[in-house]
Design a protein around this ligand. Structure first.
Ligand SMILES: Nc1ncnc2c1ncn2[C@@H]1O[C@H](COP(=O)(O)OS(=O)(=O)O)[C@@H](OP(=O)(O)O)[C@H]1O
Ligand SMILES: Nc1ncnc2c1ncn2[C@@H]1O[C@H](COP(=O)(O)OP(=O)(O)O)[C@@H](O)[C@H]1O
Length: 596
């Protein structure tokens, strides 16, 4: 795709910079090369010394337009965020720049004066600032912008959804709902070819009203990812700090906190949150939260940390990916934590083993996310909560059911997701990225298998496949509850809780324990509806998939649909029967496993 320019225009405080940052994060996640030219930042170098006269503003806007045009010509997406008050000057740039997309951030003056993030409206209205746009200096709104977002009437996510939809409609970015239909005809090698046929999901009617999705946990998405404008200076600062090494679990936490998936958490827990989570499954402020989100460090690192200072967080590949503002250091009672979370202190339990292997000191504090610890696996399927909320909103979904899996979509999974989809508008299939490497199929194989099932057996505009950058904690009911709250942050109103919540390779607890845990909270506190399903199988009694609740017959009439059994059969070189796994997927998996 060739480059293009997204030109935000609007009054001061209307939301240009906020939406520019959200849009750039989402486009990057989709693999688009993006640069942001923010009005405030531009005036510190490119337009340093310019004022706010008509001539200076036009000079400023033309300079921004010139740079944006060069970026687009080089194939990038240039996002600009300047008031750019004069229509003639904006239209002059439109005429010069192919792929010029004008976004008007419309916001009434009373709302702006109320927001007044920089206190400028107060000064302008008091006459302390002259020629302030919108107060005593003109603003000429666009007559034919590609998009108008009313930031005083809709959420940031809804505005982002409208902008993304417009960019998809204009052909500047691929449609997210695009699930490439794999051409699964055998290629002679016995495995399906992977030449995707390009199809775009027919879109549902656009959302007519602001987002009707459930609010994030705590009321708003708390994204801790720094804006591109701050990245370089903070990365420089991180290089001078004590570095704390992350492992797979804490890398996952940094990713989920950074993207807002773990809202309302803005960092690693302090002891007050940690202790209340252990005993009461709530944060100190009372919000339900089932699992500690902690950062353990070894003694020699703890000795170098000081309360009130910062430390850098280093990913396993050596990159400094975040800064933590150290607010507390303490030594946890590991036995108590193991019993509370895993129900045992047996070191042979993988969750207990990981707990005991971690450093003896916990570090609590807010995060500043610099970059993703685990780079997006596949931009096509790596979406932040705000991006998925934007897609659901754009498709007019009000009820979305989330289904996370470390597995592939076998016939039992089809049964329960299809049943859930009957009462919801959309399905989010969330492929857990950090599965148990010893047991699970590689993520790319799982994604292709899910893709094959969704592309052939689900309505394309009803299902979205995305990577869920979580790891398995082997924490059974508490983990199921954490998935439910996290899926709410991604925009889900419902979440599927399977029969024995088996996360990773260790069956954790029967569903009555999981159900009892959810029942400890009022539905309104959770804000997401758990859908509990018995184990699904293929019933020869009714020649269809079912559970014990929906089909007669005994065990002799049930063909189990288990991911573990599928993997065992494939490892023996056997193709699972079509009652257990779709043939297209069986062939795809057989080829992948033969190759591996
Ligand atoms: N007189 C006056 N009028 C408007 N804005 C003023 C003025 N003086 C200072 N500021 C601050 O400058 C920011 C606008 O700069 P821009 O480069 O976006 O403006 S322009 O496009 O050149 O008109 C704008 O920042 P944003 O709030 O990001 O828009 C203001 O905070
Ligand atoms: N729907 C919305 N879209 C964008 N910003 C919003 C919205 N609702 C509230 N805001 C807030 O309004 C302020 C907009 O500030 P900013 O993005 O810097 O505006 P501008 O860049 O236009 O001056 C931010 O504090 C943002 O959180």
């Amino acid at each position: 795709m060739s480059g293009f320019v997204v030109w935000f225009t609007g009054l001061s405080g209307a939301g240009k910079s906020t939406l520019a940052a959200m849009l750039s994060a989402e486009l990057r996640a989709r693999g688009v090369h993006v640069e942001v030219l923010d009005g405030d930042e531009v005036r510190t170098h490119l337009s340093k010394g310019l004022g706010f006269s008509r001539e200076d503003r036009d000079t400023n806007v033309r300079r921004i337009g010139f740079v944006a045009k060069l970026l687009a010509r080089a194939g990038a997406c240039a996002i600009t965020a300047a008031i750019s008050p004069y229509r003639a000057t904006r239209d002059e740039l439109r005429a010069q720049i192919p792929g010029f997309v004008e976004i008007h951030c419309a916001c009434a003056i009373p709302a702006l004066a109320e927001r007044d993030p920089k206190g400028l409206y107060k000064k302008a209205l008091a006459g302390e600032i002259k020629h302030f746009t919108g107060i005593d200096d003109p603003y000429e709104p666009p007559e034919h912008p590609e998009v108008v977002v009313h930031t005083d009437r809709e959420s940031k996510e809804a505005s982002l959804a409208h902008i993304l939809s417009a960019l998809e409609d204009l052909g500047h970015i691929p449609r997210l709902g695009h699930i490439p239909r794999l051409d699964l005809q055998p290629t002679g090698s016995g495995e399906a070819s992977s030449a995707p046929l390009s199809i775009s999901a027919p879109s549902l009617p656009r959302a007519l009203e602001p987002s009707a999705l459930p609010l994030p946990h705590g009321g708003e998405l708390i994204s801790r990812q720094v804006t591109p404008a701050r990245h370089d200076s903070l990365s420089e600062r991180a290089r001078a700090l004590v570095a704390i090494d992350l492992d797979a679990r804490t890398e996952s936490f940094v990713t989920l906190i950074g993207s807002g998936a773990y809202s309302p958490l803005g960092g690693f827990m302090t002891s007050r949150d940690y202790l209340r989570v252990l005993g009461d499954l709530r944060l100190e402020r009372g919000l339900p939260w089932p699992l500690p989100v902690t950062l353990a460090v070894p003694e020699h690192i703890a000795a170098r940390l000081r309360i009130g200072t910062e430390a850098a967080l280093r990913a396993r590949d050596g990159r400094l990916v975040a800064i933590i503002e150290v607010s507390e250091l303490w030594r946890p009672d590991r036995e108590r934590e193991a019993l509370a979370i895993h129900g045992t202190t047996d070191p042979s339990h993988p969750g207990v083993a990981a707990l005991l292997d971690a450093g003896p000191v916990y570090v609590g504090g807010e995060l500043l996310g610099l970059e993703r610890p685990a780079p997006p696996f596949s931009p096509a399927y790596d979406h932040t909560p705000s991006a998925l909320r934007a897609v659901f909103t754009a498709r007019g979904f009000r009820r979305v059911v989330g289904f996370q899996t470390v597995d592939l979509l076998h016939r039992g999974h089809e049964h329960i997701t299809r049943a859930a989809l009957e009462i919801c508008d959309g399905l989010l299939v969330h492929a857990l990225a950090g599965g148990d490497p010893t047991e699970d199929l590689p993520l790319d194989v799982r994604l292709r298998a899910c893709e094959a099932v969704l592309a052939h057996y689900y309505p394309l505009d009803r299902a979205v496949l995305s990577v869920y950058p979580a790891v398995t904690h082997h924490a059974g009911p508490r983990e199921a509850l954490l998935h439910a709250l996290t899926h709410k942050n991604y925009g889900c109103s419902h979440v599927i809780v399977e029969h024995d919540h088996a996360v990773g390779s260790v069956l954790q607890a029967p569903s009555h324990e999981t159900r009892a845990l959810f029942d400890r909270f009022a539905p309104a506190e959770l804000g997401v509806v758990p859908l509990f399903f018995e184990e699904a199988f293929y019933s020869t009694a009714i020649a269809a998939t079912a559970t014990r609740k929906t089909a007669p017959g005994d065990a002799s009439t049930r063909i189990p649909c288990s991911g573990k059994e599928v993997r065992r059969m494939l490892a023996r070189g056997e193709l699972p029967p079509s009652e257990m796994l779709r043939p297209e997927v069986a062939r795809l998996l057989a080829g992948s496993l033969r190759r591996s």
